[in-house]
Design a protein around this ligand. Structure first.
Ligand code: PRT
Ligand code: ZN
Length: 308
C-alpha cells in the first residue's frame, strides 16, 4: 500500500499504525477534520444510527454499534488517502475530487455543502462572455478544473494558482478574473466582484477506493442503505389532510405517495382523512393544488427515515 505522509507526528503515528495493523474488519471512513463539511458529515453518520464511545478524538474514532472507524483529515487529502487505501471511503466536496484527479469512485451524492465554481470579474465590467477571458490572468485554487474548462472552450488564458483569499486577486492587480467557490455570493460582492458564469457544480459526495474486501463491501452496503433512507426522508414530508369525499380522486392524483395515499373515513360523513408523502422539491405547488381542490386541516410532518 502506498501512502503519502503528512508532517504532524500524531498523524504519522496513526498512518503507521494503520499500515502495520492486520487488515481490520471495520470500514474506514475519512471525513473532514474541521471546516464546512465536518458538522454535516458527523450529523449524517449519527442520523444513520451510528454512535461513538466517549469523545471523538482529533485523529480517529470508532463506532460503538457499527463496524466503522472514522479518520479526521484535511479535505484536500481525502481523495488521495481513499485512493491509496489508507481509508476505504470518504466524504468530501465533489470539487476536490474533480481537482485532485485521484482514482476513486463517486458512490453517492449527499446533498449538503452545495456550491459552485464560478468565474468572477470586477463588478464594473459590462456583460462578460467566456470568450472575453482570452488573454486574461485568472487566479484560482482549482487550476486543473479551470484549465480543463478553458481547453474545452478553446480559451487562451493564464492561470495563477493561489491557495487562499482568491477573491482579493483582482484588487491587488494579480489577476483580471478569478475562478472560485461561490455559495451565497456575498464574498464576491464584498470584494467588488460579480459572478459571470459557473464552470462546475458541487456538493458533498461519498467516495470509495478500489479493492475492498467482501466483508467491507457488505458493511458499505449496510451504510449506504442507511444513508439513502436518511436522505430520502429529508427530501420528503409526511402530509395529512381532510378532504370532501367528492374530491378524493382529484386529491389522490395530486398525492401519489409511496404507493398510493391512505384514506380513512372521518366521523363527519362525506369527509375523509388522507395521508401521504410529498417531495420537498415541489412541496408548495402541491399544497396550493390541494387547497384548490378543497383540502382542509393540512398537517405536514418531517420523516425520520424512509425505506422503500
Ligand atoms: O481545512 P481544510 O483543507 O479541510 O478545509 P478548506 O478550508 O479547504 O475547505 P472548507 O471547509 O472551506 O470547504 C470544504 C468544502 O465545502 C469545499 O471544498 C466545498 O466543496 C464546500 N463548500 C460549500 C465551500 C463553500 N460552500 C464556500 N462557500 N467551500 C468554500 N466556500 C468559500 C469560498 O472559497 C469563498 O471564499 O466561501 C466563500 C464563498 O462563500 P459565499 O457564501 O460568500 O459565496
Ligand atoms: Zn482544503
Amino acid at each position: 500500500m502506498q501512502a503519502r505522509f503528512r508532517k504532524e507526528p500524531g498523524f504519522l503515528f496513526l498512518i503507521f499504525t494503520i499500515m502495520n495493523s492486520e487488515e481490520p474488519k471495520k470500514l474506514r471512513l475519512a471525513i473532514q477534520k474541521s471546516g464546512r463539511l465536518n458538522e454535516d458529515s458527523i450529523q449524517l453518520i449519527k442520523e444513520c444510527g451510528i454512535h461513538f464511545n466517549g469523545r471523538m478524538d482529533k485523529l480517529k474514532s470508532e463506532a460503538a454499534n457499527f463496524p466503522i472507524e472514522i479518520l479526521y483529515l484535511r479535505d484536500d487529502d481525502i481523495p488521495g488517502y481513499v485512493s491509496d487505501g489508507v481509508a476505504d471511503i470518504g466524504i468530501v466536496g465533489d470539487n476536490v475530487v474533480e481537482e485532485k484527479e485521484k482514482i476513486v469512485e463517486r458512490i453517492e451524492y449527499l446533498g449538503f455543502a452545495k456550491c459552485r465554481l464560478s468565474i468572477a470579474v470586477p463588478k464594473a465590467m459590462d456583460s462578460f462572455q467566456p470568450a472575453d477571458l482570452n488573454g486574461y490572468n485568472i487566479a484560482t485554487s482549482y487550476p486543473k478544473i479551470t484549465r480543463r474548462y478553458l481547453e474545452n472552450n478553446g480559451i487562451q488564458a493564464n492561470i495563477h494558482e493561489i491557495s487562499g483569499s482568491v477573491e482579493i486577486a483582482p484588487s491587488i492587480g494579480l489577476a483580471g478574473a478569478i475562478c472560485d467557490i461561490v455559495s451565497s455570493g456575498s464574498t464576491l460582492m464584498t470584494n467588488g466582484l460579480k459572478e459571470v458564469f459557473t464552470i462546475y457544480k458541487s456538493e458533498a459526495v461519498l467516495i470509495g477506493g478500489e479493492g475492498l474486501s467482501n466483508e467491507k463491501k457488505l458493511i458499505l452496503q449496510d451504510l449506504l442503505f442507511r444513508i439513502r433512507a436518511v436522505n430520502k426522508a429529508k427530501n420528503n414530508k409526511y402530509i395529512m389532510l381532510n378532504a370532501p369525499n367528492s374530491k378524493l380522486d382529484k386529491i389522490c392524483s395530486i398525492l401519489p405517495g409511496m404507493k398510493s395515499p391512505s384514506i380513512l373515513p372521518l366521523a363527519d360523513s362525506g369527509w375523509s382523512s388522507v395521508h401521504s408523502v410529498v417531495q420537498e422539491d415541489n412541496f408548495w405547488a402541491i399544497i396550493e393544488s390541494l387547497k384548490e381542490q378543497g383540502a382542509q386541516g393540512i398537517l405536514v410532518l418531517p420523516i425520520e427515515k424512509m425505506i422503500l
